[in-house]
Write a protein that binds this ligand. Structure first.
Ligand code: ADP
Length: 190
C-alpha cells in the first residue's frame, strides 16, 4: 500500500494537490476537514460538535477526530492506499494513526509536506474566502488562530515522521502544475 500524509499549513494547497495524486496513484483521499464539513452540512451530532471548534479556528478534540478517521479507513477495505489530508494534526493523532495502521498490517509510507511562508498563506486564504463559502476563511482573526494552532500543535508532527526518516518537504510556492511535478518526483521514489 502507498499511504501518504499530505502535510502543510492552512492554505498550503493540500486539497488541490490531493485531487491530482488520487488520480495518478489510485488512492483514497481522506480529508478530516472535508469529513467535518460533510457532517456539518448534514447536521449530524458530530457536525454540530465540530462546527463549534472550526468556526473559532480551533482543533476538534483528538478523540473525536481519531475515531472519525478510523471509521473512514474501515469503510474503504478495497483501497490500494490512502492520502491523509489534514490528519494527523497533533502528535497524539500521529501516534494513534501509527497504532491503527499497524493493527491493519500497514503503515505510513511517507509524510510529504508543502512548505509555504506565512505571508503567502495569508494572501491565499484571503483570496479563497471570496469563493469557498467557508466561515473559517472569512475572518482574519480566525485565520490567525488557525495559523497559530498550526505553529503550536501541528508543526511538531513533522518531527514525529522525521524521527522515522519519513519526512519529505517540498517548496509549495509556484504554479499548481509545478508543485504537482515536485510531489510526483518524490512519490515516485518511495
Ligand atoms: P485548512 O487546512 O485549510 O485549515 P481543513 O479543511 O483541513 O482546512 O480543516 C478545517 C478545520 O477543521 C480546522 O481548522 C479544524 O478546526 C478542523 N480539523 C480538520 N482536521 C482536523 C484534525 N485532524 N484534528 C482536529 N481538527 C481538525
Amino acid at each position: 500500500m502507498l499511504n501518504l500524509v499530505l502535510f502543510g499549513p492552512p492554505g498550503a494547497g493540500k486539497g488541490t494537490q490531493s485531487a491530482f495524486l488520487v488520480d495518478r496513484y489510485q488512492l483514497v483521499h481522506l480529508s478530516t476537514g472535508d469529513l467535518f464539513r460533510y457532517n456539518i452540512k448534514n447536521e449530524t451530532e458530530l457536525g454540530v460538535l465540530a462546527k463549534s471548534y472550526m468556526d473559532k479556528g480551533q482543533l476538534v478534540p483528538d478523540s473525536v477526530t481519531i475515531s472519525m478517521l478510523e471509521d473512514a479507513v474501515n469503510k474503504n477495505p478495497e483501497a490500494q492506499g490512502f492520502i491523509f489530508d489534514g490528519f494527523p494534526r497533533t502528535n497524539p493523532q500521529a501516534a494513534a494513526l501509527d497504532a491503527f495502521l499497524s493493527s491493519q498490517s500497514t503503515s505510513i509510507t511517507s509524510m510529504v509536506a508543502l512548505e509555504v511562508p506565512e505571508a503567502e498563506l495569508r494572501l491565499r486564504l484571503a483570496e479563497r474566502a471570496k469563493t469557498s463559502g467557508r466561515p473559517d476563511d472569512a475572518d482574519p482573526l480566525v485565520i490567525q488562530n488557525r495559523i497559530d494552532v498550526y505553529n503550536n500543535e501541528t508543526a511538531p508532527v513533522k518531527a514525529f515522521y522525521e524521527a522515522k526518516g519519513k519526512y519529505k518537504g517540498i517548496n509549495g510556492v509556484g504554479s499548481i502544475e509545478e508543485i504537482t511535478e515536485r510531489l510526483v518526483a518524490i512519490i515516485d521514489t518511495l
